[in-house]
Design a protein around this ligand. Structure first.
Ligand code: SF4
Length: 388
């Protein structure tokens, strides 16, 4: 019997892709999903070529570890479309919107975690793209593969695998308590099976975007418990012989990519607007000189902003300019600080953060930060993409 689903949504999601650009105030937005796999630095350079004619050309890193271009021609022209496809970042056009995977970015590199999830990432991406029915999942359905360290299982996922030992783990569905214990080689088939069930239950007009929006829980009765793992600190700088570098405001610019090209063939994009550079530890000084943040003391380690003006018509504030003003003044603290142009609060962290909403001046913003050094009541409230 098919379980009923909630009519929680009245329309399909509008997350952008090359086949479905989003029309914003400053032109088309296209999002590219690396699916937690390495991104060739050459492909990043090609993407910057696509936006080279803009006033402030950049690739946006999203809170789901995707790459986003905005300010593109609206409608998208054939030559721009071809140039984006030529990067190789849209390997399976039929499934481009559903390759929403995040994984422990340092898995297999730093000796942390309980297993190396990189083979699972590749296998899940391949399995997803091999199932025609899964092209219906939609652009907001998120898979998380956590090697046991607890970094990405804290994201707001739809389906997740959390390693509990080198050869096994637990599959989780949304915020449902408990999950299903599986050996490592059963993780991908189990995730795909649950995704297929979701796709089947939401076909034919039902428009739930997320597992948690189903009236009846997904999958069989859970058989395993998953002990919550406190999210670890996110390292910045050298990690063994590798490097993690934060990208200020998640805007990857030409000088960043040129510096990366001198030290690595590819990078991994994290959900936290940073990049993992294999063998990059020896090159931290050069990466820092190019404007990437390489230590916890950098304001760009914890200062974020939504798109704001001029790209987003909903905003009354140039949020990025405000963040740039804030950076040298940012008081010491541990929580991320997020500047939003309106109450949608696009791109906020999934952890607690300081909520700087539409500040009228630098003094206003600083007053909010000084007055609210602790968790915002809006922490983890928004997973809205920056498409506006
Ligand atoms: S929060 Fe989102 S919708 Fe609001 S101003 Fe920022 S980018 Fe635009």
């Amino acid at each position: 019997m098919t379980a009923p689903t909630s009519p929680a949504r009245e329309a399909a999601d509008a997350c952008p892709g090359i086949a479905r650009p989003f029309s914003a105030a400053d032109g088309s937005i296209v999002r590219l999903r690396p699916a937690a796999q390495p991104v060739p630095v050459g492909a990043l350079s090609q993407l910057l070529d696509v936006v080279a004619g803009q006033d402030d050309p950049a690739i946006q890193l999203t809170s789901r570890a995707a790459l986003q271009l905005r300010g593109l021609p609206d409608p998208l022209t054939a030559d721009v479309r071809a140039a984006i496809i030529a990067t190789g970042l849209v390997p399976t056009p039929s499934h481009e919107l559903v390759r929403n995977l995040v994984s422990s970015p340092l898995s297999g590199l730093d000796g942390g975690g309980r297993c190396d999830v990189r083979p699972l990432v590749a296998a899940l991406d391949e399995a997803l793209c091999s199932e025609p029915a899964l092209s219906r999942l939609g652009g907001r359905f998120l898979f998380a593969l956590d090697d046991g360290r607890g970094d990405v299982v804290g994201e707001t996922f739809d389906l997740a695998f959390l390693a509990t030992a080198p050869d096994r783990g637990v599959v989780l569905a949304g915020s449902r308590p408990g999950g299903w214990a599986v050996p490592l080689d059963e993780a991908v088939p189990t995730l795909v099976g649950l995704a297929l069930e979701f796709a089947e239950r939401t076909r034919g007009g039902a428009t739930a975007w997320h597992v948690d929006e189903l009236t009846e829980p997904l999958g069989p009765v859970p058989t395993a418990t998953a002990t919550p793992t406190p999210a670890p600190a996110r390292p910045l700088g050298a990690v063994a012989e590798h490097a993690v570098v934060a990208v200020p405001l998640g805007l990857l610019r030409r000088r960043h990519v040129d510096a990366l090209a001198r030290v690595a063939d590819s990078v991994r994009v994290t959900p936290w607007r940073s990049l993992v550079v294999e063998q990059g530890a020896a090159h931290l000084a050069a990466l820092e000189a190019a404007g990437l943040a390489t230590h916890d003391g950098s304001p760009w380690h914890r200062l974020h902003a939504c798109t704001g003006l001029p790209g987003c018509a909903r905003s009354a504030v140039d949020t990025r300019a405000m963040a740039a003003e804030l950076a040298p003044e940012l008081p010491a603290g541990v929580l991320p600080v997020h500047v939003s142009g309106c109450e949608r609060r696009c791109g906020t962290p999934s952890t607690a953060y300081v909520d700087v909403l539409a500040p009228r001046s630098l003094d206003d913003a600083l007053a909010v930060i000084h007055a609210a050094p602790h968790a915002s009541p809006h922490a983890a409230a928004s997973t809205a993409p920056e498409t506006a």
